[in-house]
Design a binder for this molecule. Structure first.
Ligand SMILES: [Zn+2]
Length: 217
């Protein structure tokens, strides 16, 4: 049984997720910890729960989702895994981070790449990877069918969608990802987004002003 622990980190109020199960093996998704106190909070939780971190993945590589990659990778000796199509997004962070005022960003390269159809495994658990570009060119979400949970990054939010005005963003592609990937999941699948609170596929299908499927009908 997968347990989900959420932290809200950095000035962008980004959701960092720790997923773990009864074996105490854990993965960290989008570590946004930037300040020392944020790093300490995350480490403290992992130590208190006696977790063994076995994986580090990003839904996509915008600055707010990758601040803590280098710290986590070094601390727990785990390589970063991302989608190949977001490698350029990752590499660009070190170029623009100082201009955003983040002098303390430490880049780390991806150790390996996954693609749709691959699975992320930890303990007795596994997550399917769905390719959901639009907000970023190599954006993915992590989905567990049995527990109906989806770690969704910045694709679909409670009442909103990811922005598409950043380099590599594309509104039409984002809407297509939502309709062809996320809205194909069952209505009671819970989406844990990169910002804000969780929502369900069913709720967003009905009421999301950007992509509800029955609007105007
Ligand atoms: Zn983003």
């Amino acid at each position: 049984m997968i347990q989900i622990q959420n932290f809200v980190f950095n000035p962008f109020m980004e959701n960092t997720y720790v997923l773990y199960d009864e074996t105490n093996e854990a993965i960290i998704i989008d570590p946004g910890c930037y300040e020392d106190v944020e790093q300490r909070d995350l480490v403290e939780f992992i130590e208190d729960m006696n977790l063994k971190v076995v994986g580090l993945v990003n839904t996509h590589c915008h600055i707010d989702h990758v601040f803590g990659n280098a710290f986590i990778s070094k601390k727990y000796n785990v390589g970063l895994q991302i989608h190949k199509e977001d490698e350029a997004t990752l590499k660009s962070v070190e170029v623009y981070a100082p201009a955003y005022g983040f002098q303390g960003y430490h880049p780390v390269e991806a150790e390996s790449f996954f693609e749709e159809g691959d699975q992320i495994k930890f303990g007795n658990s596994e997550l399917d990877i769905l390719f959901t570009p639009g907000h970023a060119p190599g954006h993915v979400v992590f989905f567990n069918k049995d527990q109906k949970i989806c770690i969704g990054g910045d694709v679909l939010f409670d009442g909103s969608i990811g922005r598409t005005d950043l380099p590599g963003g594309d509104f039409d592609i984002l809407i297509k990802s939502i309709h062809e990937k996320l809205f194909k999941l069952e209505d009671d699948v819970v989406v844990y987004p990169g910002h804000g609170g969780s929502t369900t596929i069913g709720k967003e299908k009905i009421s999301n002003p950007f992509c509800a499927i029955n609007q105007n009908s």
